[in-house]
Design a protein around this ligand. Sequence first.
Ligand code: ADP
Ligand code: MG
Length: 310
Amino acid sequence: MTVVHTEQLSKTYRSGIVRRSEVNALRNVSLEVGSGEIFGLLGPNGAGKTTFVKILLNVSFPTLGSATILNEPLGSINIRKRSGYLPENHRYPNFLTGLETLMMFGRIHGLDPRTLKDKAVSLLQTVGLKDWAHHKIKKYSKGMLQRLGLAQALLNDPEILFLDEPTDGVDPVGRKEIRDLLRDLRNQGKTIFLNSHILSEVELISDRVAILNKGEVIKVGTVDSITRKEDEYEFHLADDVSSDVLSQIKQVYGQVEQDGKLLRVIAQSSEQMNKVIDFLRSKNILIQSIVHRKSTLEESFIELIKAEQA
Ligand SMILES: Nc1ncnc2c1ncn2[C@@H]1O[C@H](COP(=O)(O)OP(=O)(O)O)[C@@H](O)[C@H]1O
Ligand SMILES: [Mg+2]
């Protein structure tokens, strides 16, 4: 089932009366997110990620285009009931405890007051804040605040979660905890829509990602399909290869680069890669290891943006 469907969503912010200025925050963004996916919307600061989520949640309005969430048109009250939202840089009243914060949001959601406290306590346990339930949140670390925000987003047992930079400012241990939690939620059948500018982070958990740059989607696909390179293998050899051998390899395999004892070969298939092994072995060259290179999401991202500018 399609959970998020957008068609040509565009947003132009206009400001200034005397000196008019316009920002095209989104340009014709068409995306589909399926049920049970962790979908990552990636892009540098200012790419339009927050604007996109705000439009989906009816906090902001599109200049052009249309969208449905859970097959409901934007603005439908059913979307609010069935979704959870962790906004970017949220601020909760400092004087409340974690439990009080969740109770407050639960009342705003209109949850049954008789079961609300149990629900809040159990969510604090889920996000690993049980022992902090009665501490004021001014004592919470950034990671704890993000986890509390996640518990808040889960109060109404949503089918889809919108998380805007959930790990921003969180230390590596806290980030891992949040990732594990998101995987658990996905395994429970929830759909997760994640905004992030931390690519290495999203790479680890997203089923699919879209890359947004200056308001435009420049790529959508699985992390694997975006990061897969032509098959590039690095051969680490025991000795330098003679220029004679190198030119022979080049004649047969074309794309070969040498860097001391390192040989970089682009092979079209593993068969071809094995032929390189056979060739090297026939020359009595000792291979110490072979590494199949893959780019990181960050490398692919930078290449995509460069290609876009060119
Ligand atoms: N309320 C607003 N008024 C005017 N410009 C805005 C507003 N909100 C965001 N922008 C601009 O829109 C662009 C996209 O911002 P945003 O959606 O926050 O990007 P991201 O979340 O990817 O960092 C930026 O250039 C930002 O300055
Ligand atoms: Mg943002």
